[in-house]
Design a protein around this ligand. Structure first.
Ligand SMILES: [Zn+2]
Length: 422
């Protein structure tokens, strides 16, 4: 009962804070990470929804009437950016993907998604790029609207809507062919792709997400789904609306086609090698590794991490990530969160470090690199004068120990404080 009362009190408090107007803040922490560089002894001034000043404390004056917030033994960072989420999904070890897609109503899934959005924001992720509703229509567009209007707390969103697959290549699979099974994305091919891309844009997609391959090879291996010409067509139609095409692609051939067709990001990239990494780099494509998805799915299938031998797909993922690092391709941060719990987004960052990336670079990936990759660099991803006041404070120094991102003390989005723990 007491636990319940505390929970209720927290809820009231958070709603109260949530409803609070933007104000004027003078914020200091031991370290300020501006998205690219770590500084000591800096201060940040927020007014309304904007950062209006940032720099050494002796140069940045505290404005009259501001709320002063000082965080000791802490690091202030730009609000983190999740690069690959599925807010309409939740972990498959609770409910498998087929069941979520086929048996759960969009209304039920959206109700759950409001909680996922809140958990994401409270974990310090003030922006998320959501890569498809997996059978929940355009619920992501509605979710984004509710967040933007301040109805529910959540990260600012870039959404894909339904996403596009080629005929025959996507799940749920294995049902009687007499049944019309709803897919986790919209199937289209050839010239019909023009209509489907435009339709998705019309319904609110911020970008077009394509599944460029699928595990439909003769041995169940990943093989391309769309031809190069189809991908080029999708890209042309998408680009002419001022949007971009992003591609799920694991096999080398699908990655190559996606890159040559003009994809801006490659999702998963399980079979990237040095050569493909260099091709991506040459085309200024960002790689979103989703290491966490492979790691947790292996665990859901029975792998006891650290105890039983490493499964081949995890070994392969480590190898391809190392080759990507060596190739110099830009690497962003996105974990395919939804496969694992929303709010545990940092798991991807921890695995990036575990697989060989420097924690400082990982911190950049989740802020400035993602911001640039998603064309948001003039809004978020940096602590810079004139940008949106998306700020997070964690105790410790995540540029040295990435897991310190778990110790969130403070979350501000658009100048509104959502979390503040001294
Ligand atoms: Zn995904």
């Amino acid at each position: 009962m007491r636990k319940f009362t505390v929970l209720f009190a927290c809820l009231i408090l958070s709603v109260g804070v949530f409803a609070q107007n933007q104000g004027r803040y003078y914020i200091t922490a031991d370290r300020v990470f501006d998205g690219e560089t770590m500084h000591e002894g800096w201060a940040v001034v927020v007014e309304g929804n904007k950062i209006i000043a940032v720099g050494p404390k002796n140069q940045v004056r505290e404005p009259v009437g501001s709320t002063q917030l000082n965080f000791s033994n802490s690091t202030l960072t730009p609000g983190l950016i999740e690069g690959h989420s599925h807010l309409l999904l939740y972990p498959y070890n609770i409910t498998d993907w087929d069941t979520q897609v086929l048996k759960e109503t969009d209304a039920y899934r959206t109700a759950r998604a409001t909680v996922h959005a809140r958990n994401t924001l409270m974990a310090g992720f003030t922006t998320a790029r959501d890569l498809g509703t997996e059978g929940a229509g355009y619920s992501d567009v509605a979710l984004k609207r509710a967040i933007d209007e301040g109805i529910i707390p959540g990260p600012r969103l870039l959404v894909a809507g339904r996403a596009i697959v080629s005929t025959g290549s996507y799940g749920p699979k294995g049902y009687d062919h007499d049944q019309q099974i709803m897919l986790g994305a919209e199937a289209a091919d050839g010239d019909d792709l023009i209509r489907v891309v435009r339709n998705q844009i019309g319904k609110g997609a911020d970008f077009i997400k394509i599944y460029a391959d699928y595990r439909w090879g003769m041995q169940g291996e990943d093989q391309p789904s769309f031809t190069l010409d189809e991908l080029k067509l999708i890209n042309e139609v998408t680009r002419s609306s001022g949007r971009v095409m992003v591609c799920h692609a694991k096999s080398k051939e699908a990655i190559k086609r996606a890159v040559l067709a003009g994809a801006e990001t490659i999702e998963h990239g399980d079979f990237i090698d040095l050569e493909i990494g260099k091709l991506m780099k040459a085309h200024n494509v960002t790689f979103i590794p989703t290491l966490a998805a492979v790691d947790v799915i292996s665990q859901y299938r029975g792998w006891k991490k650290g105890v039983s031998p490493e499964p081949a797909n995890v070994t392969n993922k480590k190898k391809s990530f190392k080759e990507a690092l060596a190739s110099g391709v830009t690497i962003g941060m996105g974990g395919d969160v939804g496969v694992f719990p929303h709010g545990n987004n940092v798991l991807e960052m921890e695995l990036m470090v575990e697989y060989g990336m420097n924690p400082f670079e990982v911190l950049k990936a989740a802020t400035s690199v993602n911001a640039r990759a998603f064309h948001l660099e003039n809004q978020v991803g940096f602590i810079k004068e004139g940008l949106k006041a998306d700020l997070v404070v964690v105790s410790g120094d995540p540029s040295k120990n990435i897991s310190d991102v778990r110790n969130v003390k403070f979350v501000m989005k658009d100048g509104v404080v959502y979390r503040n723990e001294k």
